[in-house]
Design a protein around this ligand. Structure first.
Ligand code: FEO
Ligand code: CA
Ligand code: CA
Ligand code: CA
Length: 733
């Protein structure tokens, strides 16, 4: 669902504009020099992988048998692909792309292949819909996590949402069942939808140079909206977390709208819930009025009951479905589901190596529209630090710092290590200052700023009073706490990524959602009015310590069409690299940066399908001070900010373009950098039942060649694809 109206409940007034103008006018900053390849310290993923190898002194085509990775390459060794409106995947010359795991593909051999007519059931044993965030976990010979294994692994991926018109027999099948009061058919359809969400764990192997799914592997599993999970961390057991199905607040069922992800150095997967609030039936006026002001503030600030993605699951009889209505219908909270929305919006931890263990809901990260959860490289004796953005309009960037210090002996401890590092720690929210510095503010019940009565501006004439009574309340209403401490509203935080070579943190700000950034509401970190094309900001934590509470930032790259005016096309994009709406980000173990796009109708989608680009990213401070002039249509603003080196200097190049109507998202690479897995999400999005999509996509082809156009009448399907260099060498260099 790339075109959903994004939740917009941040009515805080966190940036007095006069102050920002004054700060900007008086600002000066010295730019720091570029870190050279010779001086960066080389860390593998979490310091575990032996990256070996040194800088590949300028060769643009690394030989396939270097024996180690080409760390900090000087050049990208492929020719940029052109923009494309074709209904197939485009990769550079010398590369191939295979379809590995598509919507509806079975995980067990007893199940019929995908039927292409919307009659498949059993999605609890098939690939779900809308593949998104993903990680490849190397699988060692005795079944343990081994990050260095590059030919056998467990691929774990999210299924964010559904393409209704291709999932069911017809696009109107569910509404038809509702209109006919046919509860038997409705239940079948709703079960398919609830099982079509969640997470896939699937064993994959490379044999004779080609990857395939291992049917019937003991690691194959689906986590769905029905899966029982344990609530962990401060919110577990809280009064506001108790429901009819969990009277002591100790469990939750299922996860939904899992957008991006994370992975831990102890071999587990982190699934984020993004637009979870939209799955609940909206409260009517009387039901809302019956809540306390604090409860009203929580519902309103999180947009719970947003109608745009409400799926009517609560129409099916039974508690597993009734929980999607949060109206108070019983005599107490343990007789209904008034608290059900309070247990969603967290990070869920899944252990791919121990399929019998229930996933654990990690509430210490706070509750918001988590895009994902990116663990910074760990160091023995230092806390575990995890970055997570809140992807809605004008929302914030957060990080979590564990109380426990990392012990490398926990590297295979699974959810037990999760209990140690993820249940006790401090949640921080980011403030980006006008002078290029920033700070992290603790969302702790001990923070004096959070004491006493607070107020949420519901609309122009009504405000709601609330307070924070416990750390559990601070975490469950993290957005309200972040408002209070003056966090910086951003242009929709999507993926983050940490450069393992120097610790710089990158954050994609996908766009301002057409008009949500008027010219009188800008700042240095979000400097463009409307900002239809988005930008990527980055920062360096003080002393390269991810637990630091201060940082220095600049804007790495601005999205734009190549022919836009120079003070809008700030990074100097050309036809080889123009893009809009950055979303997925990844810095691979060699320090090569990947960008994936989710460009809706407001961007440059009329000239190209969504795409993936590659760059050699440099470092915070490698560019210059600039002034960006933009207009919201009625008013113009010139904002001073800091931009990194030009697109040309970072060698930004288009590596891949997807089929029609898709988003490119999800990215993970084997440790040898020779297999790259990505997801093609919702090809043909937005169509009708008759012509399955707006652009009549039929991707993927039944041959499994991702670069081929699909056959007539194929229903378009989200799919994981794997990309290889034909000569077997490292990808992109
Ligand atoms: Fe699901 Fe924020 O993208
Ligand atoms: Ca999407
Ligand atoms: Ca995303
Ligand atoms: Ca997006």
């Amino acid at each position: 669902m790339g075109h959903h109206p994004v939740e917009d409940s941040n009515n805080s007034n966190n940036r007095p504009f006069e102050e920002i103008i004054n700060a900007r006018l008086s600002r000066r900053r010295m730019l720091t020099g570029t870190a050279s390849a010779a001086t960066v310290s080389v860390l593998g993923a979490f310091g575990l992988a032996a990256c070996g190898g040194s800088s590949n002194s300028g060769s643009s085509n690394a030989p396939a048998d270097t024996g180690g990775l080409t760390v900090a390459p000087d050049n990208l060794g492929f020719r940029a692909v052109p923009t494309s409106l074709e209904d197939r995947v485009i990769v550079p010359e010398g590369y191939r792309a295979d379809v590995l795991y598509a919507k509806g593909d079975p995980l067990i051999s007893g199940l019929a292949p995908f039927r292409n007519d919307g009659t498949d059931v059993d999605y609890d044993n098939r690939a779900g819909d809308e593949h998104d965030g993903m990680h490849f976990f190397g699988l060692g010979s005795s079944g343990q996590y081994d990050a260095s294994v590059s030919d056998r692994g467990i691929l774990v991926l999210n299924h964010e949402n559904l393409e209704d018109n291709t999932l069911h027999e017809t696009a109107t099948a569910k509404q038809d069942a509702i209109d006919a009061d046919d509860l038997v058919t409705l239940k079948k359809i709703v079960d398919r939808e609830m099982n079509g969400h969640g997470v896939s764990c699937v064993e994959v192997r490379k044999t004779n140079g080609k990857w395939s799914v291992v049917l019937d592997s003991p690691y194959n599993r689906r986590v769905t909206v029905f899966t029982e999970m344990e609530m962990k961390g401060p919110v577990a057991g809280a009064e506001f977390a108790r429901t009819r199905l969990s009277p002591d607040g100790s469990k939750r069922f299922g996860t939904m709208n899992n957008c991006a992800n994370g992975y831990t150095p102890w071999g587990t997967y982190l699934a984020a819930e993004e637009n979870w609030y939209a799955y609940f039936a909206a409260l009517d006026g009387a039901e809302f009025d019956a809540l306390s002001e604090k409860e009203q503030a929580w519902v309103a600030r999180y947009g719970v009951g947003a109608a745009w993605a409400y799926r009517q699951w609560d129409r099916v009889p039974g508690d597993q479905y009734a929980r999607f209505s949060i109206a108070a219908t019983g005599a107490s909270a343990t007789e209904d589901f008034r608290n059900e929305a309070n247990v969603h919006g967290y990070i869920t931890e899944v252990d791919p190596f121990r399929p019998a263990q229930k996933p654990r809901v990690r509430t210490a990260f706070g509750r918001f529209s988590h895009e994902g959860a990116w663990v910074a490289p760990v160091k023995a004796g230092q806390p575990v630090v995890i970055y997570s953005g809140d992807d809605s309009r004008r929302e914030y960037m957060y990080k979590y710092v564990s109380a426990a210090a990392w012990d490398p002996a926990d590297a295979n401890a699974g959810l037990v290590a999760g209990d140690k590092y993820l249940d006790e720690g401090t949640l921080y929210v980011a403030v980006f200052n006008e002078d290029g510095t920033g700070s992290w503010k603790a969302l702790s019940i001990d923070n004096p700023e959070l004491a006493g009565t607070q107020s949420y501006q519901l609309d122009e004439s009504n405000s709601l009073d609330f307070d924070f009574q416990s750390q559990a309340e601070v975490l469950a209403s993290a957005r309200l706490a972040a408002d209070v401490v003056g966090a910086t509203p951003m242009d929709r935080p999507e993926w983050a990524a940490v450069n393992p070579l120097n610790g710089d943190v990158y954050l994609a700000l996908t766009n301002g959602n057409a008009g949500n950034r008027p010219a009188d509401d800008l700042d240095g970190a979000n400097p463009r009015a409307v900002n239809a094309n988005g930008h990527i900001i980055r920062w360096k934590e003080d002393n390269a310590d991810h637990a630091a509470t201060a940082f220095e930032w600049d804007i790495f790259l601005f999205g734009s069409s190549a022919d836009a005016e120079a003070d809008y096309n700030v990074s100097g994009l050309t036809t080889d690299n123009e893009f809009s709406s950055p979303d997925g980000l990844f810095v691979d173990p060699r320090g090569v940066l990947w960008i994936q796009t989710d460009d809706g109708s407001s961007g440059i989608r009329s000239t190209t399908n969504n795409q993936m680009l590659v760059a050699i990213p440099g470092a915070v401070g490698d560019g210059e001070s600039v002034t960006v002039t933009t207009s919201d249509g009625s008013e113009q603003a010139s904002i001073a900010t800091f931009v990194g080196q030009s697109a040309e200097a970072m060698q930004l190049k288009r590596f891949l373009v997807g089929p029609m109507g898709c988003e490119i998202t999800g990215i993970t690479m084997t440790a040898d950098a020779r297999s790259l897995f990505i997801n093609v999400q919702h090809p043909g999005e937005g169509g009708t039942a008759a012509a399955f999509n707006r652009d009549v996509s039929t991707w993927p082809a039944t041959s499994g060649d991702a670069t081929a156009v699909g056959e007539a009448d194929n229903r378009p399907r989200s799919a994981t694809i794997v990309i290889y260099r034909e000569d077997g060498g490292e990808i992109a260099i």
